[in-house]
Design a protein around this ligand. Structure first.
Ligand SMILES: [Zn+2]
Length: 280
């Protein structure tokens, strides 16, 4: 519909076991031996988007791109944008600048080798660009990234004072567009309505109402999903309580709720939008 604001749908392409801060049987040294679900679940995501004629940005983990190049090719062939989720799924603030840069470059090499264009956008694992790691924005701009979507306006992973609409960050390395995830208020607290447990627990009508309210104020919103959230039989692991909640809470019926959201408001990939606009 002409004149309607188009929102951003983003997909973090990773395995069900790519969970920050969890060791034991899910520690990185065990990843190669764990059962892979990412091809199956990303294909489910692609089917869902194709049914709704939605184009999205897929932030692909370099570790996945290296092992599943054909999956990256299917994402590109379906008309979606491929962006970077880093290589190792480590939190940015746990790395120093040199290791972050190396991780970013390794991911870029893997994504391009798989057949996608050079990524122009970045999403940090677990929203880990925050006040502890603002230097990472300089690195991204220096490496030619046009936009970032790694800074959450939530206290737990980011900072509630961060803007809730797309905005411009001026860094030493150049300008970057920053796209925060949708957050909303409930019981006096901000919560992640745009993805994770917040999106999974919400009725489609609640999500759509909030998106439409933001759009009426002239702002697009950013939603984020993970292919593993659409897995009809996800592998179960016992995790620390908070991880258990954020990973497994209300997976049942999520694909249907998401489908209704995708059918009710307009979405697009970030790349073309970021290319058309520039920082003031
Ligand atoms: Zn991730």
């Amino acid at each position: 519909m002409p004149g309607r604001i188009r929102n951003f749908l983003t997909v973090d392409v990773e395995e069900w076991f790519h969970i920050c801060g969890v060791g034991g049987p899910l520690a990185p040294e065990h990843w190669p031996a764990l059962p892979s679900r990412v091809e199956f679940t990303t294909d489910l995501t692609l089917e869902l988007l194709a049914r709704r004629c939605v184009t999205a940005t897929f932030f692909v983990l370099g570790w996945v791109a290296e092992r599943h190049p054909r999956l990256v090719q299917r994402v590109v062939a379906a008309g979606h944008e491929v962006a970077s989720h880093g290589w190792s799924h480590r939190r940015v603030y746990e790395m120093d600048e040199a290791s972050f840069e190396a991780d970013l470059q390794r991911a870029g090499v893997a994504i391009e080798a798989a057949g996608a264009p050079t990524p122009e956008g970045f999403r940090a694992p677990e929203w880990s660009i925050n006040d502890r790691s603002l230097w990472a924005l300089d690195v991204l701009a220096r490496h030619g990234f046009r936009y970032d979507s790694s800074m959450s306006p939530l206290r737990l992973v980011g900072n509630p004072t961060y803007p809730q609409v797309p905005y411009c960050r001026h860094t030493a390395g150049g300008d970057l567009l920053e796209l925060p995830p949708l957050v909303a208020r409930r019981f006096g607290q901000q919560y992640p309505l745009g993805g994770g447990w917040g999106l999974r627990m919400s009725q489609a009508t609640t999500v759509v109402k909030e998106i439409e309210a933001r759009n009426r104020r002239g702002a697009p919103v950013t939603l984020f999903i993970h292919p593993w959230e659409l897995d009809p039989s996800p592998p179960r692991m016992t995790l620390p309580w908070a991880r258990q909640f954020s990973h497994y809470f209300r997976l049942r019926g999520f694909a249907d709720r998401l489908d209704r959201v995708l059918g009710s408001v307009e979405f697009q990939a970030i790349g073309p939008w970021a290319a058309a606009g520039s920082c003031p």
